[in-house]
Design a protein around this ligand. Structure first.
Ligand SMILES: *Cc1c(COP(=O)(O)O)cnc(C)c1O
Length: 228
């Protein structure tokens, strides 16, 4: 068996172990294999190992891979989305994790409407407040979600964040906990067409912390495909 096959099994077993250790049901945690810069042949190996969900940062890269990878799994957009790529994004992705502006929600609603799709989205939140990060502020999230609630061709399914690049586990944990608390707060408003079901958080170096804080989608590249 290939290294990728082994890595997928390894990541899966860590997910199960950490879910059990933190009182979670492993079945509610989906592994999204992040395939940016990874050649389609290697992505195929991950799919053969049972991966059901693939995450890409760039619409164009995902589109070119999609022609050789076929179907039978879900595409996730995890990187920043520009409005001029929305049309293509809506055609390909089952879930767009990186929605962080009202302008983007409006563009997605329009394009999804044209093709008769209800596009599943997550709102990306910049919990850590780092300047370098995309995502809206926790303070702006509720207004955006209220606006999204009124759009018939988008469906908000939860929130996404990225932790800061640091070895400080407490800081990482505080960010993931902050996202979970924001999710609970927003869920308390019971807005129509808003489902606070997913927390997309955790990458190769911090997904165990994310699972402890309630992640339902972990986005893992390096631990499966090696260093980019
Ligand atoms: C690249 C990327 C990941 C995966 O990171 P790894 O450290 O390779 O696991 C997850 N989320 C986003 C948004 C990314 O850009």
């Amino acid at each position: 068996m290939s290294a990728i096959y082994d890595n997928v099994q390894q990541v899966r077993s860590i997910i199960s172990r950490q879910a059990a250790a933190t009182g979670r049901n492993p079945g509610e945690i989906t592994l999204v294999a992040v395939t940016k810069t990874v050649a389609p042949e290697l992505v195929q190996e991950a799919l053969a190992a049972g991966v059901t969900d693939i995450g890409e940062n760039k619409v164009q890269e995902a589109l070119s891979k999609s022609t050789c990878l076929g179907s039978g799994f879900n595409w996730h957009l995890i990187g920043h989305l520009q409005t001029n790529k929305v049309k293509a994004a809506v055609q390909l992705f089952a879930l767009i994790h990186s929605v962080d502006s009202l302008k983007l929600i409006e563009a997605i609603d329009r394009e999804a409407g044209w093709i008769g799709k209800q596009q599943q989205i997550l709102i990306e939140i910049n919990i850590s407040g780092e300047e370098s990060k995309y995502g809206c502020t926790p303070a702006d999230a509720l207004d955006m979600i209220r606006a999204a609630s009124l759009k018939s061709n988008v469906h908000v399914a939860g929130l996404m964040t990225m932790a800061p690049f640091t070895a400080d586990k407490d800081r990482i944990q505080a960010v993931f906990r902050g996202l979970r608390e924001l999710k609970d707060t927003i869920a308390g408003y019971h807005l129509p067409n808003i489902e606070m079901k997913h927390l997309s958080m955790g990458m190769s170096h911090d997904f165990e912390i994310a699972i402890a804080e309630g992640a339902t989608l972990v986005r893992i590249g390096t631990a499966i495909f090696g260093k980019r």
